[in-house]
Design a protein around this ligand. Structure first.
Ligand SMILES: C[S@@+](CC[C@H](N)C(=O)[O-])C[C@H]1O[C@@H](n2cnc3c(N)ncnc32)[C@H](O)[C@@H]1O
Ligand SMILES: Nc1nc2[nH]cc(C(=O)O)c2c(=O)[nH]1
Ligand code: SF4
Ligand SMILES: [Mg+2]
Length: 225
């Protein structure tokens, strides 16, 4: 049984695939926070900007089989994903959460591939990854041990006290990104002065350490999800 909080078609907002159309499949549950505000301060990861509790979001639900969930995702792609494959367009699904590696298995990756999708994953890196993932993004958290030793991109939310970026260069990646830490939830006027100040800090770090690139949460800037 796969539990999905929500699923929606949007543009990938972060990292090296930013700007690419994708179906986001947000799995329920995380191993570093319950998702309840009352537990945030004592959680291993306490800056999360996402609601991943339950299965009650847009296109969320419980799916008994991999084929059922892959079919649900494929139906959110505009038109026929397989017809796009024929013309050289690669339909893309981003598995996120919550922590997707609590649920994503080889059977589901195979089912996505059978629907014509490339499979991207956004993970905190604390759990082993199944075989077959096409694009793996690891986003380490200061107080959690990363077990994944290589990935396509490493995306560190910055700054995190006690998580200096250098510490993560031992994880092999094609790209190393800093993503400015945003406020977990936005005030009504939509301004986020904490994010603005963290963006300046991330810029300064990238200027001093050119291995690192800046990535912004483009979807929040554009206001698409
Ligand atoms: C909600 S997480 C879900 C996937 C996985 N649990 C993880 O942490 O990578 C998706 C992405 O959002 C990032 N993120 C979470 N809270 C954030 C915040 N307040 N500001 C910036 N990025 C944040 C995470 O680091 C991760 O890269
Ligand atoms: N548009 C968009 N891009 C994203 N990239 C990573 C996200 C995530 O929450 O995992 C995310 C998200 O929530 N929305
Ligand atoms: S590990 Fe990811 S999903 Fe879990 S609380 Fe942290 S940012 Fe949110
Ligand atoms: Mg997000």
């Amino acid at each position: 049984m796969y539990r999905v909080k929500e699923a929606f078609y949007t543009l990938q907002g972060e990292g090296a695939q930013a700007g690419r159309a994708a179906v986001f499949c947000r799995f329920s549950k995380c191993n570093l926070w319950t998702g309840r505000e009352a537990d945030r301060a004592s959680a291993v990861c306490n800056f999360c900007d996402t609601d991943f509790v339950g299965t009650d979001g847009q296109n969320g639900g419980r799916f008994a089989t991999a084929a059922e969930l892959a079919g649900h995702v494929a139906a959110l792609w505009p038109g026929d994903p397989m017809a796009d494959v024929e013309t050289g367009i690669r339909p893309y699904v981003v598995c996120t959460g919550g922590e997707p590696l609590l649920q994503l298995d080889e059977a589901l990756i195979r089912a996505f591939h059978e629907q014509g999708f490339e499979v991207g994953v956004e993970t905190n890196g604390t759990l082993p990854a199944p075989a077959g993932i096409d694009w793996l993004c690891v986003s380490p958290k200061a107080d959690a041990t990363v077990v994944i030793r290589e990935c396509d991109e490493l995306k560190l939310v910055y700054p995190q006290p006690l998580a200096l970026p250098e510490r993560f260069l031992e994880i092999q990646a094609q790209h190393y990104f800093l993503s400015p830490m945003a406020s977990p939830s936005l005030p009504e006027d939509g301004r986020d002065p904490v994010k603005a100040s963290n963006t300046r800090k991330a810029v300064d770090y990238c200027l001093k350490h050119p291995r690192w690139r800046l990535t912004l949460q483009m979807h929040k800037i554009v206001g698409i999800d």
